[in-house]
Design a protein around this ligand. Structure first.
Ligand SMILES: Nc1nc2c(ncn2[C@@H]2O[C@H](COP(=O)(O)OP(=O)(O)OP(=O)(O)O)[C@@H](O)[C@H]2O)c(=O)[nH]1
Length: 723
């Protein structure tokens, strides 16, 4: 608003007639009564002045300005009390200036209200308009009344107030928007007491549950929705929570919903209230289900896919035993490429679908058939009663495959080669088992196709199977697709002091492949160097993360004999520590005796160099090989890891315990730490801790775990025993 220099406040305009007095000073301050003035007059003046002061304060406090319009001169005088107890700012305009500031949309309404009152057709002016004020559009509420009129009833003088109500209008507007959002939301919304009683709902909610709002008043939301415990705890802790639940629509009908609840403090200080939103997630659930189905199903044959098969195999493998083996069949069509090439891909697809159907009809409902990929199918039998029955079944499958098939008007015939592997005889883990079934299938192909073969260990040396695994392993190592889990090392009281990184490999083709199978290949082919470099980098990074927990936790890696001869080893180790910004003391290097069988001297030199850098050296699997005491004497080991074989009957065999006691004494004399590997029972722990073994590894305390889990374990580690 434009401000003009202060001018005297015209009392007539704002002070009731009986109090107005010409003797008031320029700024409304009192002047002592004149000589000869009566006591009565003095009192009236004092009262008038006091009333004016109060009025000015009231106007200042309410943020209202007062205006006055003189029709004869068409002047509008606006007085604004900006500072308490100070004279007002005054602006003088004419009515045209005033209307010019009103926004076009509100102008007609403003003129109409004004003219109606001027002409005596309305009791007062009371309008809310938008007007331009110093470049901003503000909402103003203008109220006023004529204080004198001509004989014809036309207003001669008007007095009133104007107030900037932008804030209220905005608040009103946002309230209106919120109310309309609440009312028109497609999500069901409710306002609840802290005790879940329904205060208000929108129609989306009442429409869903087919009840009226008055039927809901006082009802608890829990009558309609199951509120998960953890959600309520989150709500109490954070003030908001979200969860999936079911909305009870009728006795039989439920709707999956995502429920979001927020707690709001009420403005009047009474108990907070809750706002709940229920979103229909039927479609989302269906989409998730469809995606899950797709992720587990082969699109062409509708059979379970490789992932689904492997998952089920992994679940069933632990239940397989020598007496109740689990049989898997690897079924590969013979000459399928020929059909594709001669009749086209679509015909090939059709044939695969027909083959899938045939195989299904030959198997029992307890068996699982899946498409492994291309023209390969796999089956897991629900019950392998005997080898004879297995042979009979596979013979029937081959026969069924040979039957002519009609695709796109052509009679074609195919055959299949089947490989059989049994768990646990031919493999404990899904990767090994499937690889062996695949080897057996290859063997069947190689001996003429259209036949069945059973896995035999000789097939492992089969060049084809080995080449396949080697190429997959090389690819995985180059792409850093091998992963590393952490096997915790603990003190006897359970306190975590370190971990050993163990490599894991999961292939798309064979699932998890045991290190027992792939490490020898990696060593023979030199792939172990690539894997070893990755292990060193991972160990350094893990050590860095562990350092950030503020605890002294070492990370151990295993070095193979080939790595020991790797001229880059020292540099790889040092640069990994540099890059992770850790001291070599955080890294423990584990070697087995086989690492220095070739040349104790060369190994000795390297170990002394590594030790000089600060790396901690551990002799792994002690007690299994030569366990030559000269190693302990000549090589700078800090730690001796006693092999699990030693622990086997330690709690029963006195001689084992005595031997171990001797080793521990020897290590103590040589200032070497001892670690027992493969600790599985409380009784073993009792004997070993009495012997003075320093650290332990084994299932009794922890199984190997993801690195992130190990970090979490370290973070909240408090000394404790497993139950
Ligand atoms: N139509 C069709 N063909 C596929 C599909 N997936 C893979 N193939 C083809 O299936 C063939 C499988 O290769 P092979 O198993 O070596 O072919 P084969 O002629 O059966 O060879 P053997 O097994 O040695 O007898 C390749 O030609 C692939 O292109 C598919 O979804 N549909």
């Amino acid at each position: 608003m434009t401000t003009l220099p202060s001018a005297p406040l015209d009392q007539d305009a704002i002070i009731p007639e009986h109090l107005a007095n010409p003797l008031t000073t320029e700024h409304g301050a009192d002047r002592p009564p004149g000589e000869g003035g009566s006591q009565h007059l003095y009192e009236a003046l004092r009262l008038a002045s006091e009333a004016q002061h109060q009025l000015e304060l009231a106007l200042w406090a309410s943020g209202e300005s007062i205006w006055e319009w003189e029709a004869a001169s068409d002047t509008v005088t606006i007085r604004t009390f900006i500072v308490a107890n100070h004279p007002p700012d005054i602006v003088v305009l004419n009515s045209q200036d005033c209307f010019a500031r009103v926004e076009a949309d509100d102008l007609e309404q403003a003129r109409l209200a004004w003219n109606m009152h001027v002409l005596g057709n309305a009791d007062a002016v009371d309008i809310s308009v938008r007007a331009s004020m110093e470049g901003n559009i503000r909402w103003l509420r203008i109220r006023g009344q004529a204080v004198s009129r001509s004989d014809e009833g036309r207003a001669l003088r008007m007095v009133g107030t104007v107030k900037d109500i932008t804030r209220y209008r905005e608040a009103e507007e946002s309230l209106r928007l919120m109310a309309s959002a609440f009312a028109s939301s497609r999500d069901a919304m409710l306002v609840l007491t802290e005790q879940w009683q329904i205060i208000e709902t929108n129609s989306a909610f009442t429409d869903l549950i087919k009840l009226k709002l008055h039927q809901l008043a006082g009802e608890s939301l829990s009558r309609f929705v199951d509120l998960p415990d953890n959600m309520l705890r989150r709500l109490q802790r954070l003030g908001h929570a979200q969860a999936e639940s079911l909305l009870q629509l009728t006795h039989e009908q439920q709707l999956p919903v995502e429920i979001s609840i927020s707690s709001f403090a009420s403005s009047n200080g009474s108990a907070p209230y809750l706002i709940a939103t229920l979103r229909d997630i039927r479609e989302r659930k269906q989409a998730v289900k469809a995606l899950e189905r797709m992720a587990r199903q082969d699109a062409l044959t509708q059979l379970p896919n490789r992932n689904a098969f492997q998952e089920e195999l992994e679940q069933r493998l632990p239940h397989a035993s020598e007496y109740n083996p689990l049989a898997v069949l690897f079924i590969d069509l013979d000459g399928f490429k020929r059909i594709n090439d001669s009749l086209g891909h679509e015909a090939g697809d059709e044939l695969l679908q027909i083959v899938a159907g045939r195989l299904l009809t030959m198997l029992s409902p307890a068996d699982t058939l899946a498409r492994w990929g291309g023209d390969e199918f796999v089956a897991m039998l629900g019950d392998t009663a005997s080898m004879r029955q297995l042979e009979e079944l596979t013979a029937r499958l081959l026969e069924a495959m040979r039957m002519p098939i009609s695709v796109r008007g052509h009679q074609v015939s195919v055959s299949a080669s089947i490989g059989i592997a049994l768990a646990p005889q031919d493999g404990y883990d899904s990767g090994t088992l499937m690889r062996h079934a695949d080897s057996a299938m290859y063997a069947a192909k190689q001996s003429g196709r259209d036949r069945v073969d059973r896995y035999r260990p000789e097939l492992d040396s089969d060049a084809l199977s080995r080449i396949k695994l080697t190429s997959l392993l090389r690819q995985a190592a180059e792409r850093s697709q091998l992963t590393f889990v952490a096997q915790p090392k603990v003190k006897a009281d359970g306190r975590v002091v370190g971990c050993e990184l163990l490599v894991r490999w999961t292939t798309k083709e064979f699932g998890a492949v045991s290190p027992v199978s792939f490490i020898p290949i990696a060593e023979e082919t030199g792939i172990i160097l690539t894997i070893g470099h990755q292990a060193i980098r991972e160990a350094a990074l893990l050590a860095r993360q562990l350092q950030q927990t503020g605890q002294q936790i070492s990370v151990a890696i295993n070095l193979s004999p080939l790595q020991i001869r790797d001229p880059q080893l020292e540099q790889v180790l040092l640069s990994a520590c540099r890059e992770a910004d850790i001291s070599p003391m955080c890294i423990q290097i584990e070697l087995t005796e086989s690492a220095f069988l070739d040349s104790k001297q060369v190994t000795g030199l390297l170990l002394h160099t590594l030790k000089a850098h600060g790396f901690v050296l551990a002799l792994d699997d002690f007690g299994t090989g030569y366990s030559s005491l000269s190693y302990l004497r000549d090589l700078p080991f800090d730690v001796i890891k006693i092999d699990r074989a030693f622990l086997h009957d330690i709690d029963r065999d006195e001689r084992s315990a005595k031997l171990l006691a001797g080793i521990v004494d020897l290590c103590r004399a040589l200032d070497m730490e001892t670690v027992a590997e493969g600790l599985e029972s409380r009784s073993q722990l009792a004997v070993l801790s009495q012997l003075g073994i320093g650290e332990y590894q084994g299932f009794y305390f922890h199984k190997p775990m993801a690195q992130s889990d190990f970090i979490a374990l370290v973070k909240d580690a408090s000394p404790q025993h497993p139950a």
